[in-house]
Design a protein around this ligand. Structure first.
Ligand code: AMP
Length: 210
């Protein structure tokens, strides 16, 4: 099963992707996580991506397409995978078509005001990338990941200054993908404001794999 998870930043793509990984035993491919790992490792790619990400803009298509192409070639992707945060432009979607035939594009619909609140309250584990929300899903011990004990931090681009820029980028460059996948007849839009468990149940339902 090959799934694209779509929706604005803070729609819950990462959270539901992790639940789908457990359920279907296929990997999550998050271009944001891959890029943040490159930034943390200080690679050439990471150095170039850092300022682009902080500005809430998009890393060039050829760079992310290359990352995804390489990752999809790994043996653990043979049975399928969940794309989280890719594609983000029509050019990326067209490139993806030459790499893999996707079964579904699941779009998590969340209104603007909810997104801004969610992003500002989001904390991420530096070690395992688990996602928390200080209001709705706080960790048991403040600042520590329940799963691995890692340090929780606020992503630079989750700070209020970057959020508006990311939403603008989303509207200009990523929103057109909804029409793109609608035409391909694989778009499934869901209410992303519900709890992570309810969203997971809806995703499983629309995928027809309960
Ligand atoms: P995310 O973790 O998906 O919110 O991504 C964080 C940031 O990484 C984005 O704001 C972009 O700067 C960059 N990024 C992630 N995925 C992509 C992509 N598919 N194309 C271009 N830039 C990306």
């Amino acid at each position: 099963m090959k799934i694209v998870l779509m929706g604005p930043p803070g729609a819950g793509k990462g959270t539901v992707a992790k639940k789908l990984v457990e359920k279907y035993r296929i990997p999550q491919i998050s271009t944001g996580d891959l890029l943040r790992a490159a930034v943390a490792a200080g690679t050439e790619l990471g150095k170039k991506a850092k300022s682009i990400m902080e500005a809430g803009a998009l890393v060039p298509d050829d760079v992310v397409i290359g990352l995804v192409k390489e990752r999809i070639g790994d043996p653990d992707c043979a049975r399928g995978f969940i794309l989280d945060g890719f594609p983000r432009t029509i050019a990326q979607a067209e490139a993806l078509e030459t790499i893999a035939k996707m079964d579904a594009a699941v779009n998590l619909d969340v209104p603007y005001n909810v997104i801004v609140e969610r992003l500002a309250a989001r904390r991420t584990c530096r070690s395992c990338q688990a996602i928390y929300n200080l209001k709705n899903a706080p960790p048991k011990v403040p600042g520590k990941c329940d799963a691995c004990g890692g340090e929780l931090y606020q992503r630079d681009d989750d700070k209020r200054e970057s959020i508006q820029a990311r939403l603008k980028t989303y509207r200009a460059q990523t929103l057109p993908l909804i029409g793109y996948y609608e035409k391909k007849k694989i778009l499934r839009t869901l209410d992303g404001t519900e709890s992570p468990e309810e969203v997971l149940a809806s995703v499983v339902r629309v995928l027809g794999r309960a």
